[in-house]
Each structure stands twice: as C-alpha cells, then as structure tokens.
Design a protein around this ligand. Structure first.
Ligand code: BES
Ligand code: MN
Ligand code: ZN
Length: 511
C-alpha cells in the first residue's frame, strides 16, 4: 500500500472516500467543523436521521451532492475530545476503515483532526491511520478462483492519503512510516500462520527467516542449525519433537544489531515454531488438530517483529530464536515414556508427546541465555488450557519478574493487545516432578495446565534473567473477527514485541 500526504482544501479532495473524524458534542450535530465549512447541509440532516452522535465506533456513510469533490464521506465518531486516547482512536479508526472496506474501494483519504485538548499527537494519529488501515485491509493468502462458487475478488486498499490542513511535519511522516512497518509485520505473521503446514514446512520457515535477514540491509544476521548441528549441540528437546517427521528440523537465530551499535540490554525473543502439531503418538482428535498448522504463530510473531524492529531501526539489540519442527507420528518419532536430556542438562520424562512446545522452548531459552540475552520473552501457542481462562480475548502472561511483566502488559495496552498477568502459584511448581527424571512434560491431572506449562518453561529460564512467557493459544487465531483482527490467524504479539523493543530502546546504553 502507498501512503501519502496531501494538503488541499477540504471540498476539493478528489477521493473515493474521505474519512472524517467527528468529536462527540462539538457543534449541535457533533460533526467535524470542516464539514460545516464545506457547507453540505445534507450530511447534517443524515446525521440527525441516523442518530450519529460521534460516539466511538459509530460511522456514517454519506454520498455528497455537489459541494464536495469526494465520492463518499465517511464520518467516524471519535468520542469526546477530553476523552480521546490512542486506545479509543484505534477503535474509532477500526470502525472507519471497516466502513471503507465495505465500500470496496481501493483508495481513501483520511482527514487530519484538530487534536488540541487531547492526549493524542499528530504523529500518533498518522501512525494509527497507517497501522489500522493496513490491518483492516488484510486479506487471507487464499488461492480462490474468480467465478468459482461465486467468488469475486475485493479490491485491496492501494493508497491511503492523509489530508492535512497545515504543513506536514517530519514527525507525521515518520508516524505514517512506522504504522506501515507495523501493519506489514503483523500481516506477515498472519500470512505465515494461515499457510498450510504442507507449504510452510520447517524448511520454508527457515527460508522466511533468511529472507527477513537478507532484506534488513545487514542489520539482521541469521544462523541456521540443522539436525546435525543440533545433535552436536545436544538440543535434544528440539530433536525429540522433530525426529518423527520426514521434514528436517532446525533452530534459527536472528541477531539484530542497531545501526547505532549494540546495546547493553539485549532482548531475547523466543518463539514456538511447530509448523504442524499432530500431537505425536498422543495423537490429537480431529477437532483438536484442525488448526495445528498455526502452532508456529509464536515463532511467526517473533520473526515478523524482527522485521519491523529492523525497518524502524530501533536502537536496541535483539536476538531471536525459533525452532521450526513438525510434531508427527512415525517409526522414528519420540514416544510416551521416553526420557530426554535437554540442552541445559535437565532431564525430562515424556509424559505426553503432545506437550511438545515446552520441549522446544526449553532448549531455545537455554541457548538464548548462553548467547547473553539480558531479558527473555517467549511467545507460544502452548496450551489449550489458556483458552479456558480468557476465552479468545486475552493472552496469558507468566513471569519470574513482576516489574518486567508490568512493562510488557503496559506495552500491550498501548498497541491494543490484551494480556492477563497470571500468578505462578508456588504450590503448582512441583506438579512437573517425575519418577525417574528431573521433570515430566505435563503438570499431571491437577488442572491449571497453562500455569504448570509455564513452571516447566521457567526451569530453563531460571530466576536471574527477567523472563516472560506469553501463552497466545487463546488469541493467535480465532473463528471470528475481533477488533482489528480478521477471522483466522491474528499476528498477535507482533505489535507488543515491537512496542517493548521501542521502549527498551529509549533507556538503552551502548554495550
Ligand atoms: N499446540 C498445542 C496447544 C494449543 C491448543 C494451541 C489449542 C492452540 C490451540 C500444544 O502443543 C498442546 O498440545 N498442548 C497440550 C498439552 C497437554 C498434552 C499437557 C494441551 O494443551 O492439551
Ligand atoms: Mn501439542
Ligand atoms: Zn503444540
């Protein structure tokens, strides 16, 4: 999509749809001043008839008569001026761009708002417009054929223009560019997660990682460890999960070094990248397996976040780890009752081959710690149990460090991604105790499956390095549209990871 700015009189904007923010309770109809200036009385009448008040989430589609060059005007409510926040504006713009999408047009112009008396800057307004338009315009990477079963393609949004009444500042331009980079990254994560497992194999995932590194202009280096490398290393957690498949398995390390040089703080982002989870010999039933091509969503989010972080040239060092594997059934597969000596040396009894994600995370986290990361965030579609906690509205957040947990949760709030900080009750830690190994890979029949999984992973993170585990199995994909997210894969966590990196960048010192 192209993003441009345009400085022009309101009435003269020749566009398929002019999106105009409207504050609640300003002028008798609550319409934007610009509309009244343009003098189209019809829109005022329509607003009254449709009870459009300017509340957040409301939109009004108007076909102007002669007074405006725009083919359509879409008013979108942004609520009361004093209450405008980035969060409420995100909701307002979500409704606005959905209305534009419903009009099946390929180009829109967003009017700038007079933001005085609000907590939102012009740069944030521009960034949100770019982000939200990009996220709403997402179309699943389908291979549908025009005409078959009546399929007709919808034109994508090719251009977004920001109409400005004054001169466009470089901050606003930067906001647009940032929003675009973020939307691109989230949409990449959605694409990867929506891809069938037969297309996004572990090898194909590795190719994607290499591509992100290649396109970073030298800011990201990529190291790929194949099965032989992993055997030499002793990454038996990853090996055991991957060895039952005809597809090879890997661990990928991406290292992002900012153009301004490495920093003391080094974020370690770790993503579960199981490209298909059949459950292994503890085979999933059909209903449980249906979506398991999406079990690499955490890894896809980490990969995509790295792309955005490099695009934005954030001044913070980040190392990312993903172990693309398939969890399959075959004569070579690991079995219930097997024992594994993990990369860290900790021994694990395989209580259930379907609890595979935590085995790959354990080895990746060990590797990340050895590579000197100062903070760890792992992102994983780890347990079905997390869906029992928050349905599909929030992810679970577990941590060994309250301050770090708060920081991530706050970053999520700023970008519209919801996390619930869940207590790691000490009484549940020993649920991972096994008969003849240090740990078993399930928390037993006691319930609290998301928490016991977090406790398992924490044995590898340790207590010194601040660590967060995000269980995104509840939100990585949905069977309905939700906010800016389409049905299917959501790209959840990408924005949080980028936002957190941005925040670390502010306080970062050179290494
Ligand atoms: N990938 C699944 C978790 C999952 C379930 C993700 C539903 C997305 C939607 C994970 O590998 C898994 O199978 N977990 C088991 C663990 C159990 C065997 C201890 C689960 O949650 O049932
Ligand atoms: Mn599983
Ligand atoms: Zn899994």
């Amino acid at each position: 999509m192209k993003f441009n700015t345009t400085k022009r009189a309101f009435a003269q904007v020749d566009t398929a749809a002019l999106l105009v923010p409207s504050f609640q309770g300003e002028s008798e109809t609550g319409l934007c001043n610009l509309i009244s200036t343009a003098g189209d009385g019809a829109i005022t009448n329509q607003a009254t008839l449709e009870k459009f008040t300017g509340a957040v989430g409301q939109t009004l589609l108007h076909y102007p008569h002669k007074s405006l060059a725009a083919k359509r005007v879409i008013l979108f409510g942004v609520g009361e001026r004093s209450k405008l926040t980035v969060a409420s504006l995100r909701k307002a713009m979500t409704a606005a761009f959905k209305a534009a999408r419903a009009a099946k047009i390929n180009e829109v112009t967003v009017a700038d708002a007079s933001l005085s008396g609000t907590k939102v800057s012009a740069a944030q307004y521009a960034e949100l417009a770019a982000t939200v338009s990009g996220l709403i315009d997402y179309e699943i990477n389908h291979n549908k054929t025009e005409g078959v079963l009546g399929y007709a393609p919808r034109p994508g949004l090719e251009e977004l223009r920001l109409l400005s009444t004054g001169n466009v500042s470089s901050k606003v331009r930067k906001g647009l560019a940032k929003g675009r980079a973020i939307a691109e990254a989230v949409n990449l994560a959605r694409d990867l997660s929506n891809l069938p497992a037969g297309e996004l194999t572990p090898t194909a995932f590795v190719e994607e990682a290499k591509r992100i590194a290649d396109e970073s202009g030298g800011l990201i280096s990529c190291k790929v460890m194949n099965p032989d490398d992993l055997a030499v290393l002793g990454a038996n957690g990853i090996i055991n999960v991957g060895k039952g498949s005809d597809e090879p398995y890997y661990m990928v390390e991406l290292v992002y070094t900012p153009p301004t040089g490495a920093t003391k703080d080094v974020l370690g982002y770790v993503g579960k990248a199981v490209t298909f989870d059949s459950g292994g010999y503890d085979l999933k039933p059909a209903d449980g397996m249906r979506h398991m091509k999406r079990d690499m969503s955490g890894g896809g989010a980490v990969l995509s976040a790295l792309q955005a972080i490099a695009n934005l040239r954030l001044p913070i060092s980040v190392k990312a780890y993903m172990a693309p594997v398939e969890n399959m059934v075959s004569g070579r597969a690991f079995k219930p009752g097997d024992r594994i000596r993990m990369l860290s040396g900790i021994t694990v009894e395989v209580d259930n081959t379907d609890a595979e994600g935590r085995l790959t995370l354990g080895d990746m986290i060990t590797y990340a710690r050895r590579a000197g990361v100062t903070h760890i965030v792992d992102v994983a579609t780890l347990t079905g149990a997390i869906r029992q906690v928050n349905s599909d509205v929030a992810a679970g957040l577990f941590s060994n460090n309250d301050a770090f947990a708060k920081r991530l949760k706050a970053a999520g709030e700023r970008v519209g991604e919801q996390y619930e900080v869940l207590t790691m009750w000490p009484e549940l830690r020993d649920n991972n105790k096994a008969e003849m190994s240090d740990l078993k890979n399930t928390g037993g029949p006691a319930g609290a499956g998301a928490t016991t999984a977090a406790w398992f992973v924490r044995q590898f993170a340790g207590e010194e390095t601040p660590w967060i585990h995000l269980d995104i199995a509840s939100v990585a994909f949905r069977d309905r549209e939700f906010g800016v997210d389409p049905k299917g894969s959501t790209g959840f966590s990408v924005q949080t990871l980028v936002e957190l990196a941005g925040e670390f960048a502010k306080g970062s010192k050179p290494a």
